[in-house]
Design a protein around this ligand. Sequence first.
Ligand SMILES: Nc1ncnc2c1ncn2[C@@H]1O[C@H](COP(=O)(O)OP(=O)(O)OP(=O)(O)O)[C@@H](O)[C@H]1O
Ligand SMILES: [Mg+2]
Length: 733
Amino acid sequence: MTLRTRASLIVSASFLALVALLLAAAVIVVLGRFSALEADVARQGAERALDALNEMAVTLSATASDWSHWDDTAAFVAGRNPGFIRANLADTTFLTLRLDVAVFLGPDGHVVYHRAYDRAGHHDGPLPEGVDSVLSPGSALAHHETSASHREGILVLPGGIFLVASQPITDSLGAKPPVGTLVFMRSLDAVEVQRIAALLRQTISLTRLEKAGLSPAQVKEAAARPRVFLVPDGRSRMDAILPVRDALGNFRAALDVQGTRRVYRDGLLSIEYLAFSLVACSLLSAVLLFVLLSRMVLSPLGRLASAVRGIGAVGGSGRLEAGGSDELSEVALSINGMLDALAASEGRRAVLEERFSHVNKLEAIGTLAGGVAHDFNNILTAITGFCDLLDESLAGGPAAEVEQIRKAADRAASLTSQLLAFSRRQRLEYQAVDLNAMLSGMAEGLRLLIGGQQALELNLAPDLRRVRGDPGQLQQAVQNLAVNARDAMPDGGTLTIATANLQVDRREESERLGTPPGSYVRCTVKDTGTGMEEATRRRVFEPFFTTKELGKGTGLGLSVVWGIVRQCDGVISVASEPGQGTCFEILLPAALEAGGKPDAVPRAGPAAAAGGTILLVEDEEPIRVILAKALAKAGYRTLEASDGVEALALVTARGEGEEEIRLLLTDVAMPRMGGAELAARLRERDPGMKVLFMSGNADLQGAAAPLEAGAPLLQKPFNTRSLVEAIAEILRS
Ligand SMILES: Nc1ncnc2c1ncn2[C@@H]1O[C@H](COP(=O)(O)OP(=O)(O)OP(=O)(O)O)[C@@H](O)[C@H]1O
Ligand SMILES: [Mg+2]
């Protein structure tokens, strides 16, 4: 669901809920008020109608009182005034007083005279049904104890509902006790009820209670506790039904005041108007809100999204506009920041990747070159050995041809030793080296090396920390760099060698330099020469890569530097542009200890006499043969074995009385058991056993068991003389 759809849904739902809430509140509050008002009006109407009815009863009662408090009437009841009826109770009297029945009762309650008159038909009629029972002797209407008592109200008879007034007949002063009772009755027919209705301007009807339209429960309630019952009839009519007490004190009739529901309808109409205006306003507000939301938030958000997409499409190179001060600008700024960080880390990653693949490539070449150099050294040892033997067996001194072979072998040996240096398989004599002292000591020689046209400057930092390395090899590295600088400045220039302490702490710096964090010494070798193209610069450390003409350079100078620096756990990098000179930067880890001593083989003392038995262990047969011959010539006896296992067996098999072994001369790398392990096993039997190792490949990690530091080692290829010298030296120590 899009943000726009979601926003429109939220806005419409909120407004709908608001409208519904307001309408519900309006219906409850407003309609409630209108209903209460309507009920009040109806109740008042009903009560006014009842008042009017009572008023009518009181008026009738007053008229009856006039008649009953008249001496003529008292005389008539006592039978002393026979002309009374004729003289007073004519038809007109009935019409004027709106009477329907007049009954004169004697003191014991019996009827003295009665007359019912039909006012519409202008003739006498029968007494309405039920009158005899309500006026029977002893009934409340037929008898009064005192002359002040009276009774009036309505009377519900089977023949209809009447207004009745019952007055005691007495003298005009009312001083004597009653001599009878006068009862006037007026039928409350439609015409009479219409009078009240016209007076109150309402539609009124008077009915028996049970016919008033109330439920049986309401009829029961009305008899016990009368109140106005409101009976709405649809939206237009409302009946206010009020139970009416009759002259005998019972609730037998009900006044029904029918009112219009104008108030209620007005309320409904108001609510309808309110609802309509609420819906209209809400719709308008919702649309307005949505348009504003869309213009001020959603559209800028959409633009931001498409701008971000655009940047993604062009590989993240562009940036977003972030001019404003609102949240969207902040988002844009954050995205820009993130893109910058991404670009930076991408750049770092590319540099690291390139460096990693470069190092990997050089390592792979190193492994190959080291392997080749190792095998070559064995061959060269054999060649030089046989040259030596050939020389001695030739009568008349060394032949020129043999000398040529030896020279060629020496050249080849120099190549293999450089390859070994590159492949980090040289044996280094580690110690804490003061680079400043080393460089100062080399200065004179370097000046001679680079010649008169180029100047040499040394910028040596004071308090320079020492580094862990082999001084001879480090000198070799500086020398190779100086020679390259000289070659790059044929028309003169300056070679600057500088040193400085460097503390690498931050991750970015450590990544940039390609070293783990720690303390380093930096040595830069900088010239003002021709500089290099990118293509050259990328390949300078590869062995045999040279831009020099054939015969001038081997392309191994920088490979050796690379190998030496790496073997000292350092890193080397180059910065160069054509015409801008070149700067090599070497970082070497600072030595932890303050100083260090060279692990050197002691070389003093007088020469030891030759002779005795040497255990010669070498897997390459030609070399073993030459070495055995050379040793024999030098006066030693040899026991020969092709690997450690065979040598051990040989030693174990020797008898008691046999001559002791003076020295173990063994190759380092051999199948089954190497030289280091063999030496250790033999020393278990004879702790004083002297050992001289030989190796064409002194990579300590390469051997199955590593050589201990400082163990005497003869680097292949060697000639027979240096072998004999080395043996003599060890036997002397
Ligand atoms: N200081 C420098 N200025 C310009 N180019 C250099 C510099 N040092 C090295 N190079 C380039 O790097 C190449 C390789 O150098 P390297 O020292 O490994 O071999 P080389 O000098 O050609 O031969 P070698 O050192 O074995 O006699 C050089 O041929 C040269 O092109
Ligand atoms: Mg060189």
